[in-house]
Ligand binder design. Structure first.
Ligand code: GLC
Length: 435
């Protein structure tokens, strides 16, 4: 097989991505009006015509100002964003020529993606677009028993008469072509999702994934693609959602690029009544935990139907920003620590291989010392990162050292001494300058 025919298999450029580490996910659509989970159409089995008649002409984001969103993301330290252009409901936020089920035909009366991309770019963030492979409103999308509002319909066969999944796959390609040609250089294309393992489920044959990827690679060879197209070996990023992996992802033994996507409160779309929001400290720890395993974090906000980030989201973003302002050096350009470096209890380590600085993130403040195995003689200087104040590279005093064995110290253990008072930041970090 010639290089030409195989070039679509070549991956995108993830070099900026693994440096930047932190992005904003945005889930916005008609489900923001329902305000009770972006899957409400499926969960409540609301047929497409009813769903549309209920929400379509009420979608009026009169408070939408993407510059405010971009500011909130940039101030939180985020370096890229990924926004839903179409979620499973099928509603399109941009001015697509392929359907009338789109924002310009609602009271919004305009393309909502274009100003978003512009606003984020002007704050220096890169642009990613999420596109749902599922489409519960499209007349050619074959109704299956696994997902969608019509999944329990008794007359599925009758419903599917005349539906043509391949025509739908062509619709996907035309829409993706619009998205990749109408909004400048898009950096990430984020497809969601395949479910071939489910009864009547859908995967690469239903989306015609290979043809889709060929098209994308022709339009934008360097774009980053996620891994949800059901094409083994294709996808630049592995995308665990709603859980944290314990170790760096690998494929055939080699580390691969990965990105955790996480919610603030459980659902992705705006959910008015969800009360179990994660607090900022936990979100910061999640970011650190992710980077300590060499991954990225894509943290989600579901804007309201009127076009705002809810106060609960804004306050978290601003708390994260307060921490990032002083600690982003321990995130950007960082990844997992060198192999074999032991992480002390209640801590995470991130490492910048270029500057050779190691970051010790302290989740629970210890009694005076932290002991770092294998680092004795290898650290030139240490400081608390938030205020650049020196941390002593010495541990137990002589009379205490007699107990070294019981303390669990080895000859190569470096002990550092911390101030008694825990610094008043979400997660204190010690920056260690390796020799
Ligand atoms: C899921 C859900 C969805 C969300 C996505 C984010 O697959 O279907 O609602 O958009 O994950 O990763």
């Amino acid at each position: 097989m010639g290089i030409e025919t195989e070039s679509w298999r070549q991956g995108g450029d993830t070099s900026w991505f693994t440096h930047d580490r932190f992005g904003l996910f945005i889930h916005w659509g008609l489900y923001s009006l329902g305000a009770r989970h972006e899957w409400l159409m499926d969960r409540e089995e609301i047929p497409p015509d009813l769903y549309r008649s209920k929400y379509f002409d009420k979608f009026d984001p009169d408070l939408y100002d993407p510059a405010v969103w971009a500011d909130a993301a940039a101030d939180a330290g985020m370096k890229y964003f990924v926004a839903t252009t179409k979620h499973h409901e099928g509603f399109c936020l941009w001015d697509t020529a392929q359907t009338d089920f789109k924002a310009p035909n609602t009271p919004a009366r305009r393309d909502l993606i274009a100003p978003m991309v512009d606003a984020f770019r002007s704050r220096g963030l890169r642009a990613g677009l999420y596109y749902s492979l599922l489409d519960w409103s499209h007349p050619d999308f074959v109704v299956d028993p696994s997902h969608g509002p019509l999944r329990n319909a008794a007359d599925k066969e009758a419903l599917n008469r005349g539906r043509d999944q391949s025509r739908y796959a062509a619709y996907i390609r035309r829409q993706v072509q619009e998205l990749l040609t109408g909004y400048g250089d898009i950096d990430i294309m984020w497809f969601d999702f395949s479910y071939p393992q489910r009864p009547g489920g859908k995967g690469r044959d239903d989306w015609e994934s290979e043809e889709l990827v060929r098209l994308i690679r022709k339009l934008r060879p360097s774009i980053i693609l996620d891994d949800r197209l059901d094409l083994p070996g294709i996808g630049d990023v592995i995308t665990p959602e709603q859980f944290q992996p314990r170790v760096h992802y690998t494929r055939d033994g080699a580390p691969v690029v990965w990105e955790a996507c996480q919610t603030l409160s459980g659902s992705w779309g705006y959910h008015r009544d969800e009360a179990d929001w994660r607090d900022a400290d936990e979100l910061i720890r999640t970011l650190i935990d992710t980077v300590s395993k060499g991954g990225n974090l894509l943290l989600n906000v579901g804007p309201t139907s009127r076009g705002e980030f809810d106060e609960r989201a804004l306050s978290r973003l601003s708390d994260i920003g307060r921490w990032m302002k002083r600690h982003s050096r321990a995130i950007y350009g960082c990844g997992e620590p060198p192999a074999g470096m032991a992480t002390p209890p209640d801590c995470r380590l991130t490492y910048n291989a270029e500057t050779r600085r190691l970051y010790l993130h302290i989740f629970a403040w210890p009694y005076k010392h932290i002991h770092l195995d294998g680092l004795k003689g290898k650290v030139a200087y240490a400081q608390l990162l938030h205020d650049g104040s020196e941390v002593a590279l010495s541990g137990l005093e002589e009379w205490q050292a007699a107990h070294a064995r019981n303390v669990g110290l080895a000859p190569d253990t470096l002990s550092i001494t911390l101030p008694q008072l825990r610094p008043n930041v979400a997660v204190p970090v010690v920056e260690l300058f390796l020799k």
